[in-house]
Ligand binder design. Structure first.
Ligand code: CA
Length: 223
């Protein structure tokens, strides 16, 4: 795993480099936007941690140029920007996740691990679990060779369950995932959605358990 860290504050950069070294084999550190742009053209990274307020070229422009070049490296943006519009803007430009300064290193660590895991599993853009197969790019779900009729929300939840197979997915993680969909944010949204998913997918033999007071667990024995 190779990570590019772009941060102009030397003290913070040093602390982040040490933290990132726990998840990555190699951490390259650059302190301005032009060097970041150059590094991203010269090498391929499994993850880029990108500050927005940077000398020479700001992080927003670095991100835009990176996505224009079609590079697939996941980008975790660090920023003191507080407005939701700025955050949405960065996600629209192609950021994969966002961490608002100041943050705890433990939160950085968790997000970095999640992004690296996702990048790794999505390398072939398919997720398989027993007889279930997800085509991540096409947002389609198959059991054996038959296409399943899932809504976008249902697909997103199945993707999360499969990614976390063998571990509990909490109700609040599912609610976070569904937050972008404005409609139908009732308190039983999660239960209704899981009920519908069970009706559609239980025949595949997946073992989706309800963990009382916590959430759901897809038993990984069949995966
Ligand atoms: Ca900065």
């Amino acid at each position: 795993m190779r990570v590019l860290l772009v941060e102009d504050d030397p003290l913070l950069a040093d602390a982040l480099r040490i933290a990132l070294s726990q998840s990555a084999h190699q951490v390259d550190v650059v302190g301005d936007g032009e060097l970041a742009d150059q590094a991203l053209r010269d090498a391929s990274y499994d993850l880029t941690v990108l500050d927005i307020g940077l000398p020479k070229m700001n992080g927003r422009d670095v991100l835009r140029r990176l996505r224009q070049s079609n590079a697939g490296t996941p980008v975790l943006v660090l920023s003191a920007l507080e407005r939701i519009e700025d955050r949405v803007d960065l996600l629209n430009l192609g950021a994969d996740d966002f961490l608002q300064k100041p943050f705890h290193l433990s939160e950085l660590d968790a997000r970095v691990k999640a992004l690296l895991r996702r990048a790794h599993r999505h390398a072939k853009n398919e997720l398989e679990f027993g007889r279930i197969k997800l085509d991540i790019d096409a947002r389609r779900c198959f059991v054996d060779q038959s296409a399943m009729d899932l809504t976008a929300r249902e697909f997103a939840v199945v993707e999360l369950l499969l990614l976390r197979a063998g571990r509990v997915v909490t109700r609040s993680q599912i609610l976070d995932l569904l937050y972008g969909w404005e409609d139908n944010q009732g308190t039983n949204t999660v239960e209704v959605l899981i009920y519908r998913l069970r009706k559609k997918l239980d025949f595949s033999g997946w073992n989706l358990k309800t963990i009382r007071g916590m959430g759901y667990l897809l038993e990984s024995s069949r995966g």
